[in-house]
Design a protein around this ligand. Structure first.
Ligand SMILES: Nc1ncnc2c1ncn2[C@@H]1O[C@H](COP(=O)(O)OP(=O)(O)O)[C@@H](O)[C@H]1O
Ligand SMILES: [Mg+2]
Length: 261
């Protein structure tokens, strides 16, 4: 069965996009059929996946706005899917037009369920995993992603401990579970950019004490390779001997253990 997984944290710069792309490619390299969805108007995942916006095909923005319908053509999701052959990965790119989603979707009936309804489609059911790279806010886009998902992974920067922010996010997830999406599960909290410092060690220990078995055993360490990989538009998992690549492969294996294939 297709697992739809959001990579979410309303804080920017915690490693959502890096995790989305490298987890998606790790799963794809393992032989799974994977679709990555860029659901952030900043379109960082699209850039990572080497998206060329001159192809004239519709993006996630067109798909979501088209679903609302006002003076806008309805788009087929199949037309939005691109293929990145290097990583055997399918993806749907995003663009800046989705930045006004709160405004565009205000007053739209059942606006939190738009993405869920879009993904309720035979083409999508065909995938083993759909990985959604969320935007850094608690607005309507995140609500759509969490409503459409069966699970959520929360990357947390293993350096500064943003306890309040995490509590706010888990409260939002709880509200969504209690109302619109009872099937939503927190698959795990993922420490990212972990350093070999006492401060980083303390943060990870705190996370262990709060989240216990919800914390992934995998730790993503801080390394400049992450930035290089974005520039090269190449998954860390395809860079020979990459420590971060091995860590993301370990994360993919841990994910499969937790949610099944
Ligand atoms: N493990 C890591 N080590 C070092 N830098 C990282 C790591 N993961 C991500 N980065 C860098 O940190 C920045 C923010 O990461 P990103 O994945 O874009 O976060 P988000 O999507 O949450 O905003 C990017 O420049 C990225 O290349
Ligand atoms: Mg991002």
């Amino acid at each position: 069965m297709c697992k739809i997984i959001s990579i979410a944290n309303q804080k920017g710069g915690v490693g959502k996009t890096t995790t989305s792309f490298n987890l998606a490619t790790a799963l794809a390299i393992n032989g799974n059929k994977v679709l990555a969805i860029d659901f952030d108007p900043q379109a960082d995942l699209s850039k990572y996946a080497n998206f060329d916006n001159s192809d004239g095909k519709p993006t996630m923005s067109d798909l979501l706005i088209g679903k609302v319908g006002v003076n806008y053509p309805t788009i087929d999701i199949e037309d939005c899917i691109r293929r990145n052959e290097v990583h055997t990965l399918d993806y749907i790119p995003c663009d800046i037009n989705l930045a006004n989603a709160d405004l565009i979707l205000s007053g739209v009936l059942s606006r939190e369920t738009l993405l869920k309804r879009i993904l309720n489609n035979d083409t999508i059911k065909h995938y083993d995993y759909v990985i959604i790279d969320c935007n850094p806010s608690l607005g309507v886009l995140l609500m759509n992603a969490l409503t459409a998902s069966s699970g959520v992974i929360i990357p947390v920067q293993g350096q500064d401990f943003a306890f309040k922010g995490l509590k706010t996010l888990t409260n939002v997830i709880k509200e969504i579970q209690e109302t619109i999406n009872p099937g939503l599960k927190i698959i795990g909290v993922l420490p990212t950019m972990v350093e070999h410092t006492n401060a980083s060690k303390r943060v990870v220990e705190q996370l262990e004490s709060i989240y216990s078995d919800k914390l992934f055993h995998t730790r993503i360490h801080k390394a400049t390779q992450a930035v290089d990989s974005t520039m090269l538009k190449k998954s860390l998992c395809l860079i020979k001997g990459s420590k971060l690549g091995n860590e993301y492969t370990a994360l993919a294996n841990e994910l499969i253990e937790r949610v099944g294939v």
